[in-house]
Design a binder for this molecule. Sequence first.
Ligand SMILES: Nc1ncnc2c1ncn2[C@@H]1O[C@H](COP(=O)(O)OP(=O)(O)O)[C@@H](O)[C@H]1O
Ligand SMILES: [Mg+2]
Length: 287
Amino acid sequence: MRHLNENLNVYSPQTAIGLLVAHDKLWTSQVLSAANVRTPLTVFAVRSNHVAFAIEKAGGLPVVAKQLTGSQGAGVSILETPLAANTTLESFHKANIPMKLQRFVKARNSNSGSPTDIRAIVVGDEVVSAMERTASQGDFRANLSKGGYGRTIDLSSDETSMCIKATKAVGLEFAGVDLIREKMGHTYVTEVNGNPGTGIIDITKKNHFIDLVKYIETKSKKNEKVLTSLPDNDDKQQENKEEAPIGKYRELLTKESEAKLNYNEIGVLTFFKKKYSKKYSKRREIF
Ligand SMILES: Nc1ncnc2c1ncn2[C@@H]1O[C@H](COP(=O)(O)OP(=O)(O)O)[C@@H](O)[C@H]1O
Ligand SMILES: [Mg+2]
């Protein structure tokens, strides 16, 4: 992706940094929190020396322990007793597998009494499809690949905005966002998937790849016009004469000049600068 975006200037709704952030569950939590997207309280401990302290910080038992990378529910565990928590975290730390602890969000149950979560597909500024997943009997993970089943649902307008905001915050324009509706409370974003599974298409009968291709066509046409005309960051005069390029890039440059960038935005801006500054805009053939 870095090669396509930065060297060949090929447009993609996914950025290299966006995929890196989405791939790392701790980084995703940090970025979502910094962007004010509601995400379950998360604690990270490098060693297992103070398990009880870390668990208390994450809201007490039961607590969810997640490996920082992984998908389809693999690497996501629930720790229900102090002994299970101590021994499990000790084993993972001993094996040098970093884990994050996350507050267990008691999800709304389906009619069958099992916990549910939501997968929503975001393309640009829209949620194009969404399903509620119900965990299989006895599990708390609602992933379809773990035997969960899905049904089409509508999101509230708040939930829709959360999904779009979460996707943008990690630096993506296409993503599968996971949400949990708390039994008595709010909706939380638990993760953003940069390469979401296609199981949702069979359930909602909505092929989001059609929306995605249309979106890419529109964006890449727009981008063809702006790529060569994008100014260097320090070339302010020329910049003023240019037609507005990519909105987000401009917005970040303004924020930078006002020293208002957050942690995630600094990363995204660095990437944009590399991608769009004149120095990089010529194609460099390296193969
Ligand atoms: N904090 C949480 N509280 C309760 N259930 C959770 C929590 N986080 C995840 N889950 C459940 O576990 C499943 C897998 O977690 P997720 O973070 O999406 O990892 P994966 O990348 O493996 O899908 C979710 O779909 C949800 O059903
Ligand atoms: Mg998930």
